[in-house]
Write a protein that binds this ligand. Structure first.
Ligand SMILES: [Zn+2]
Length: 300
């Protein structure tokens, strides 16, 4: 029997389940809408039980919407905690799957899964330390530090760092008055300009404002984490004109403070888009499955 990894991309509107070994070999994939936790998780279980008849399933990775409890010592480890998604608060996601499928399963945030996918197969390949930021409906970020996903007390919340506001921009975050997500997510752009972000023309002043918020955030991340590369993705970053604008502003704000050749002379290669595109979610989950399996193999 062929050995494969399983993957679950758990989103607020849809779930994708797949089996694969690497990005070039997705053997099988299904998608279904996110309904109630009971029904949706049961669909995952049935899918993988069926795959177990065809392949040797080594492990499963889950990249999930959150927030998640990732504290291994917690009694609610692997739960989706207090979420805006109706009916999903306090859902025991990992525990139910483990009980039914009886194989190693690794869970992490969708953002951290994407970080890991880029690390194995995308724009982070070969980088022991890099940062990944996704800017869309919300803003999330993760980092590889010394070749490992950064977790700390739970998982980073890079979208909510404090950033000074421009002019009289309102902040739409429910928790903060001056945070990055509240100024620079897709809905925040719409709130500033009273128009959907994707409808604003590339030369609109909105993008200069947007690049400014992102550049300030990147400067902070760079000074704290010293990443060797920064990858920025998400729907808002489909506006490719943002990349040179962000690089120019990062250069301006840093003012030659970091004397590293890649940053002084080659920001085009330092601040880059992701490589895995719309496969980032499912490949990130495969990457988590692979990580879980490799960790167990090296512990033996
Ligand atoms: Zn916030």
């Amino acid at each position: 029997m062929k050995e494969v990894f399983g993957a679950i991309e758990a989103g607020g509107t849809k779930f994708v389940c797949a089996v694969s070994t690497n990005p070039n070999e997705l053997y099988d994939e299904i998608r279904f809408p996110t309904t109630t936790p009971g029904e949706t998780i049961q669909s995952c279980i049935e899918y993988f039980k069926m795959q177990q008849g065809k392949y040797l399933l080594k492990s499963i990775g889950i990249g999930s919407f959150g927030p998640l409890d990732l504290r291994k010592e917690s009694s609610t480890f692997g739960f989706i905690t207090k979420t805006n998604k109706t009916g999903w608060t306090n859902t025991n996601f990992l525990g139910v799957l483990k009980k039914e499928l009886n194989i190693p399963i690794e869970i992490d945030t969708d953002v951290n899964a994407a970080v890991l996918g880029e690390y194995y197969w995308g724009a982070g390949k070969g980088y022991s330390d890099f940062l990944y930021l996704t800017i869309g409906t919300g803003i999330g970020g993760g980092a590889i530090v010394n070749g490992k996903l950064l977790h700390g007390f739970n998982h980073p919340e890079m979208g909510h760092i404090l950033i000074p506001h421009n002019k009289d921009d309102d902040n739409i975050c429910n928790f903060h008055n001056d945070c990055l997500e509240g100024f620079a997510s897709g809905p925040a752009i719409e709130n500033h300009w009273k128009q959907k972000a994707e409808l604003l023309p590339p030369e609109h002043i909105a993008w200069d404002n947007q690049a400014d918020y992102i550049a300030k955030a990147l400067m902070n991340y760079m000074l704290i984490l010293a990443p060797k590369r920064i990858i920025i993705g998400g729907g808002v970053m489909d506006q490719k004109q943002l990349f040179p604008m962000i690089r120019d502003k990062v250069r301006k704000y840093l003012n030659n403070y970091i004397q590293i050749d890649e940053i002084i002379n080659n920001l085009d290669e330092y601040i880059v888009p992701p490589k895995l595109g719309n496969k980032a979610g499912i490949l990130g989950a495969i990457a988590l499955a692979k990580l879980s399996y490799d960790n167990r193999a090296s512990a033996k």
